[in-house]
Design a protein around this ligand. Structure first.
Ligand code: ARG
Length: 471
């Protein structure tokens, strides 16, 4: 046990208590952030005359060498240390002696861990947005390819009106675009630096908090020091944005699973993203989509865990807050993997155009248009609705589509039907005529695709890129 404290203690820590208390097992992934933060702190102490130039340089060199050695494989992070902060400090003292002991001047692990988590979260928010961008590009490419692929649109999972595949996929483009803008919003809010808040009440050293904030690419220091060390809102916001992303992925997965089933047969998932059965040789299962849907619950769970951990905490820091890490890491890793795999799966889907179009044709999706046709011939809409309803009943009995009936048969229901009805209710016409903003008609979709392309050009993450280089 390599403790950072001890002066006040007479007895040893119980071994189980030590292990229970330690976080090195999972917070070692904050090594880079911890070292970056420490380097910025040392440079600020130097600027303020709290450390001499040579002390600060020695500390910075020591910190960089720890980073290089861990990544080079010559220095192992072991459970002799309580957490990543004590690991770095103990190793620094080993390398720099008494000078190393000066690094923690005007700092507490409370503001240190608050900083590390913010730096880490910021980097991962940007990673997740990059994954989302690749998914949105993939969707947009498919939209361009399938602007004329007619398929049934559903409500209540019943065929409703004809749409196009581009239109259906465009709905997901919107969802993931909103997700990206949520990440942008929360990133702007989290981008403030808690370092210098100390344990809870600031410090008596003349720290320049704005300087440290600038070095670390933050917009400025946090304000209230008690809030600074006890705030995990940004993490909760991130987990809730991830939950929303997972919810969208899960809905999309559900549709792909249905579409890939024997009954629908709208798509075929590529072999690369399917698995077989150990007993049934004919099976090709959509496991990846199912797992994405399944892992959604796990990310929601991580969000609930953190909300619950935080709900009863008095100000300021409490050790409960160490529990923010494992769930957050799990949610971030899970969402990252899900978006990435999902993108590959969607990119390689084989859409069966003929099945999609036939499904729209045989589902009475043109019934509304048939009623509208009669309205165009002077029949009041409510009467037209009744006429087409009776007509559909006849088609159900005959097991055919409305446009399979002859004009004579149609005229049995209304003498307003003319030869031009067949063109008016063809699937192509039904889609083409839907030209309101956001509708599936070609002109409307072309505009939607054009705007989507513009939206994709904006990359908000560049405002944060490369603020931090490897120590
Ligand atoms: N491992 C701790 C955490 O993750 C670091 C902060 C420790 N602070 C303290 N006062 N014990 O929260």
């Amino acid at each position: 046990m390599a403790q950072l404290w001890g002066g006040r203690f007479e007895g040893e820590t119980d071994e189980l208590a030590w292990a229970f208390n330690a976080s090195i097992g999972f917070d070692q992934r904050l090594l880079k952030e911890d070292i970056e933060g420490s380097i910025a702190h040392a440079k600020m102490l130097e600027k303020q005359g709290i450390l001499t130039n040579s002390e600060a340089s020695e500390i910075v060199r020591g910190l960089s060498s720890i980073y290089a050695d861990v990544y080079g494989g010559s220095l192992a992070i072991t459970d002799r240390y309580e957490d990543v902060h004590s690991f770095v400090e103990a190793n620094l003292i080993e390398r720099c002696g008494d000078v190393g002991k000066k690094l923690h001047t005007g700092r507490s692990r409370n503001d240190q861990v608050a900083l590390d988590m913010r730096l880490y979260t910021r980097a991962r928010v940007i990673d997740i947005d990059k994954c989302l961008r690749a998914l949105r590009e993939t969707i947009l490419n498919l939209m361009k390819e399938h602007i004329d692929t007619v398929m049934p649109g559903f409500t209540h999972l019943q065929k409703a009106q004809p749409v196009t595949l581009a239109h259906h996929l465009g709905a997901y483009f919107e969802m993931f675009t909103r997700d990206s803008s949520r990440l942008k919003d929360l990133c702007a809010r989290l981008n403030v630096c808690p370092l210098g808040a100390g344990a809870l009440a600031g410090t008596t050293y003349p720290l320049d908090r704005a300087f440290t904030a600038t070095l670390l690419g933050f917009d400025g220091p946090t304000r209230n020091s008690m809030d600074s060390v006890s705030d995990r809102d940004y993490l909760i916001e991130f987990l809730s944005a991830l939950s929303m992303i997972m919810m969208h992925l899960s809905r999309f997965s559900e549709e792909i699973i249905l579409w890939n089933s024997n009954e629908y047969g709208f798509v075929e998932i590529s072999d690369a993203y399917s698995t077989g059965s150990s007993i049934m040789p004919q099976k090709k299962n959509p496991d990846i989509a199912e797992l994405v849907r399944g892992k959604t619950g796990r990310v929601y769970g991580d969000l609930m865990q953190l909300l619950t951990t935080m709900k009863g905490l008095p100000l300021a820091y409490n050790k409960d807050m160490q529990e923010d890490k494992e769930g957050a890491f799990d949610a971030i890793d899970t969402a990252d993997a899900c978006i990435t795999l999902f993108t590959g799966m969607v990119r390689t889907l084989r859409f069966k155009k003929d099945v999609l179009e036939k499904s729209a044709a045989l589902g009475f999706t043109n019934a509304t248009d048939a009623a509208d046709y009669l309205v165009g011939k002077g029949v009041p809409f409510r009467d037209a609705h009744g006429i087409i309803g009776r007509l559909v009943l006849r088609c159900v009995e005959k097991n055919c589509a409305i446009d399979d009936l002859t004009l004579t048969e149609l005229r049995e229901f209304s003498d307003s039907f003319d030869e031009d009805v067949f063109d008016a209710i063809s699937m192509q016409t039904c889609v083409e005529k839907r030209l309101t903003t956001g509708a599936p008609g070609r002109k409307a979709m072309e505009e939607e695709i054009r705007v989507s392309e513009e939206i994709l050009k904006e990359d908000w993450t560049t405002a944060y890129n490369d603020t931090i280089s490897d120590p």
